[in-house]
Design a protein around this ligand. Structure first.
Ligand code: FAD
Length: 423
């Protein structure tokens, strides 16, 4: 098996960190990336400021490789935007001679199996190379691998606005003005958003960012916000208790604007149907057992989270937790029904192992539908996975993660917000 490389799916921050870790250990690898550039998903939200400072956003092995090539690291306590993360870190990392020749852009992985055996065959699986099938500019091709690290993220599989997880009736109509990204409201898309009625759907940091941006460009226009949650206070986060002050402050700012009446909040609002009425749209849902309508909408911003893509893993023995769709061992640590923590105990190859030998799901995808993934968690995951693939089992078992706490760690949704971490 050692004649084949490790295939990494996705050149996001975690896929590239996996490459850096493997490179340091002299384990051959190839990265297959669906997009035309590194960090293709972050490219779509490059105008958004991260809430974690540089010191949490750079993988240790990547940093060592970059420093050896003469890189000037950014200041540890500064908060980068998505664009800074790409320009000052991920692009230079992708361009390193140790990585660039092994990075294949516009290669979308469409299926994975094992050579000559399908999912049912049990014999010799661990000694049979993986076959990774990709689509490159309309043509199919295959690579062989001794191991596969799936770092494909979830960002390009957004959740619909339908409260039940299915698209609301009318949501898939191609003429519906709905976006599932975080638009550049204060920048390139300002003139559109200044003059249109916008409904933001969702309760995470992305939705909060969209609402704050809308109010920044036009504080006199009321922003409409539909939230499924019963208690609005659950949405605002850890505030001053958040060890990442920027993350805490987003919730605090929004709470103040909601209290001032600048945001028209519909909650709990369960979206069922979207209909066109003349040139505008009406969102129909249920509120406190009654049918309710949000009218006169020009544009919907759906910031309702994302879900992992398992379609290309059909021929592998892969398990996902049944509710969260995360790697099974992680679910009890990140289940949003129980925890609101961004802080998780360190975990690595052991927890990420799948029934399929030498196959690992890492990064945002390892969290499935849970929204609390942090880069630092992913860097620790791939450090450990790379160590296992290099047969350094002692390093794989060691834990080196130190994450800041969210300040809103709740043992369950009924308990009060508490400062001490339940995790
Ligand atoms: C708006 C926003 C702000 C965030 N802020 C922070 C923050 O401040 N701090 C923090 O720690 N975390 C933050 N996160 C969370 C997290 O760190 C990011 O989502 C991060 O991008 C996850 O990295 P990843 O490498 O796992 O996945 P991604 O960055 O999503 O990268 C996945 C890559 O895989 C590629 N891909 C997907 N499918 C395929 C396929 N089939 N074949 C080949 N390639 C494929 C994609 O094109 C993409 O390049 C934020 C997330 C968002 C959305």
């Amino acid at each position: 098996m050692n004649e084949y490389p490790v295939i990494i799916i996705g050149a996001g921050p975690i896929g590239l960190a996996a490459a850096a870790q493997l490179s340091e250990r002299n384990v051959p690898f190839e990265i297959v990336e669906a997009g035309p550039t590194p960090a293709a998903n972050i490219q779509t939200w490059k105008h958004v400021q991260l809430f974690s400072p540089w010191k949490y956003n750079i993988d240790a092995a990547a940093s060592r490789l970059l420093l050896a090539a003469g890189w000037a690291p950014p200041e540890a306590d500064v908060l980068p935007k998505g664009a800074d993360l790409i320009n000052e870190y991920l692009q230079p990392l992708a361009e390193l001679p140790a990585i660039a020749p092994h990075l294949h852009f516009n290669h979308q992985v469409v299926a994975i199996s094992r050579e000559h055996i399908d999912k049912v065959k049990s014999t010799q699986r661990a000694r049979t190379p993986f076959i990774v099938r990709y689509n490159h500019e309309g043509k199919e091709g295959e690579l062989k691998a001794k191991a596969v690290i799936d770092a494909a993220g979830t960002w390009n599989q957004p959740n619909p606005v339908g409260a039940n997880g299915l698209p609301a009736l009318g949501e898939t109509n191609p003429t519906l003005p709905i976006t599932y990204t975080i638009p550049d409201i204060t920048g390139t898309e300002r003139s559109y958003y200044e003059h249109n009625n916008v409904l933001v759907v969702g309760s995470g940091h992305s939705a909060m960012h969209s609402i704050l941006s809308l109010l920044e460009i036009n504080s006199s226009r009321k922003v409409m916000w539909a939230v499924r949650k019963e208690k609005l206070n659950d949405v605002f986060g850890g505030g001053e208790d958040d060890a990442l002050p920027e993350r805490g402050s987003i919730g605090l700012q929004l709470k103040e604007l909601v209290d001032q009446g600048k945001v028209e909040v519909f909650h709990p609002f369960y979206i069922k149907r979207i209909v066109r009425e003349h040139e505008k749209f009406t969102v129909i849902g249920e509120n406190a057992g009654e049918i309710a309508e949000i009218k006169e909408i020009d544009q919907i911003i759906a910031n309702t989270g994302a879900r992992p893509d398992f379609s290309y893993l059909r021929e592998l023995r892969v398990e996902a937790e049944s509710a969260i769709e995360s790697v099974p061992a992680l679910a009890p640590l990140i289940d949003p029904n129980v925890h609101s923590c961004g802080t998780v105990p360190a975990h690595g190859a052991k927890e990420l192992a799948q029934p399929e030998p030498n196959f690992y799901i890492v990064g945002a995808k390892s969290y499935g539908r849970a929204p609390t993934f942090l880069l630092a968690t992913g860097y620790e995951q791939v450090r450990s996975v790379a160590a296992v693939l290099a047969e350094d089992h002692e390093a794989a078992e060691r834990t080196e993660l130190n994450l800041p706490s969210t300040g809103v760690c709740q043992a369950n949704r009924l308990s009060v917000t508490e400062k001490s971490s339940c995790c």
